[in-house]
Write a protein that binds this ligand. Structure first.
Ligand SMILES: *Cc1c(COP(=O)(O)O)cnc(C)c1O
Length: 420
């Protein structure tokens, strides 16, 4: 196969080019399904824009207290519509996904209640929030008198519904059932929205008042529905992941039942004020446009992940999920097996980045994580993992987690560069 000079300029070898081209042919039927889903998600988002009569003035910002900020309020409503909740909070001032999740925990839970995580240990950055690691007297939930329990996932990666029912029946202090949809840095399948829906139904049958809360990070627009369409009470995520479409410069969202979102708003600002105050002088164009682009961008990154799964499985490595397995997040895990390969993979991803391509990523002690972490990301938005990026905790069995990619072409070129 002959390779174009434009690709050769990126030091892509003939062999890498033909490996990727062959893999791409093999996965075409799965790509077709991804495109079909992107079309349906795009229709859902477009309908929300039309139903809410989004207009040019909504894109502009406000200042000061932000009373009657129509752009802010319409953006909230747009997220609620697009993600299947009664109400939503979308704020540039929510600094990250962890912050959005923590707002939900502190907004909804009260002293002497218990948080029950049913997907094993939650995402690393939440451990200190809950108070199960680090210094608990920084205002962790534990310090505020909120207890924590967890139920492990089944060996097949599913939720142990029977164990959850048992705990709910025996422990009347449980006020929130917490589900992490994405794999995060764990070697397990992401949860399908239907699985979360079934869990919510079982929990509500036992205790109608319990809040089923979903960490929806990395999950938006991967499936036809979101957890809040199927009975989850509340969910949260980051705007520099899927729903920001690679355009939102920062922020987080919370979406779900109206009364719960209101409680979260009282935590975000202060009781009595809630969501009625809050301005953003730069304007909301990037947030509207990002949400509009999100179904397409998510599909691009999913195609990149599928291609990577096929290539590395063909090379004899374990991958999760398999190229033709159902997906519920944008992450592709690859078991590289040793630290040398892992660091080399991350360096190749870095050098294939549009920004900081000349930088060498090094393992470091990142705040909130228990192991040294190496991260490759040359993103337009710092740390945005809807842009092509790779992260790996530096510990056996040396799994790398790659995700994102604003365009499929970029993913494809990066994989050719990794192989070269
Ligand atoms: C990214 C992520 C978080 C935390 O988000 P940050 O924006 O990094 O704080 C939480 N849970 C999951 C599953 C994530 O992927």
């Amino acid at each position: 196969m002959s390779i174009d000079p434009a690709l050769r300029a990126l030091s892509i070898s003939e062999e890498a080019f033909s490996t990727v081209t062959r893999a791409e042919r093999d996965v075409q039927s799965v790509f077709d399904a991804v495109d079909a889903r992107a079309l349906r998600c795009q229709a859902r988002v477009l309908s929300a824009f039309r139903d809410l009569r989004v207009e040019a003035r909504h894109l502009f910002g406000s200042n000061g207290y932000g009373y009657d900020d129509l752009g802010r309020d319409t953006l909230d409503a747009l997220y609620a519509r697009s993600l299947g909740g009664e109400s939503a909070l979308v704020r540039p001032g929510i600094v990250s996904g962890t912050h959005a999740l923590a707002l939900c925990l502190y907004g909804v839970l009260r002293p002497r209640q218990t948080l029950l995580c049913v997907t094993g240990k939650p995402y690393d950055t939440l451990e200190e929030t809950i108070g199960i690691s680090g210094n608990p007297s920084q205002g962790s939930l534990a310090e505020w008198g909120v207890s924590y329990r967890q139920v492990e996932l089944l060996p097949n990666g599913g939720i142990d519904g029977e164990a959850v029912e048992r705990v709910l029946r025996e422990d009347s202090s449980i006020a929130m059932v917490y589900v992490q949809r994405s794999r995060g840095y764990a070697w397990r399948p992401a949860l399908q929205v239907a699985q979360i829906g079934r869990l919510a139904e079982r929990c509500h049958a036992i205790r109608p008042q319990v809040t089923v809360m979903v960490d929806n990070c990395y999950g938006e627009f991967i499936e036809d529905q979101e957890p809040t369409h199927l009975g989850a009470d509340l969910m949260a995520g980051s705007l520099i992941k899927n729903p920001g479409g690679g355009i939102a410069p920062t922020g987080g969202y919370v979406c779900g039942r109206k009364d719960l979102v209101e409680k979260v708003a009282y935590r975000l600002t202060t009781p009595g004020i809630g969501a009625e105050v809050g301005s953003y002088a730069y304007g909301y164009q990037a947030y509207y446009q990002g949400l509009f682009l999100a179904p397409h961008v998510v599909a691009q990154s999913v195609k990149g992940a599928i291609l990577a799964a096929k290539i590395y499985a063909d090379l004899g490595m374990e991958v999760s999920p398999a190229w033709n397995a159902p997906r519920a997040d944008i992450i592709q895990a690859i078991r590289l097996g040793d630290s040398e390969k892992l660091i080399r993979f991350c360096k190749a991803i870095q050098s294939a980045s549009p920004v900081d391509s000349f930088v060498t990523p090094e393992p470091w002690d990142m705040p909130g994580y228990q192991h040294k972490v190496i991260m490759a990301a040359g993103a337009f938005v710092q740390g945005a993992s809807i842009e092509l990026s790779a992260d790996a905790p530096l510990c056996p069995p040396y799994n790398v987690y790659m995700q994102g990619g604003l365009t499929y072409e970029h993913c494809k070129l990066a994989l050719m560069m990794c192989l070269s």
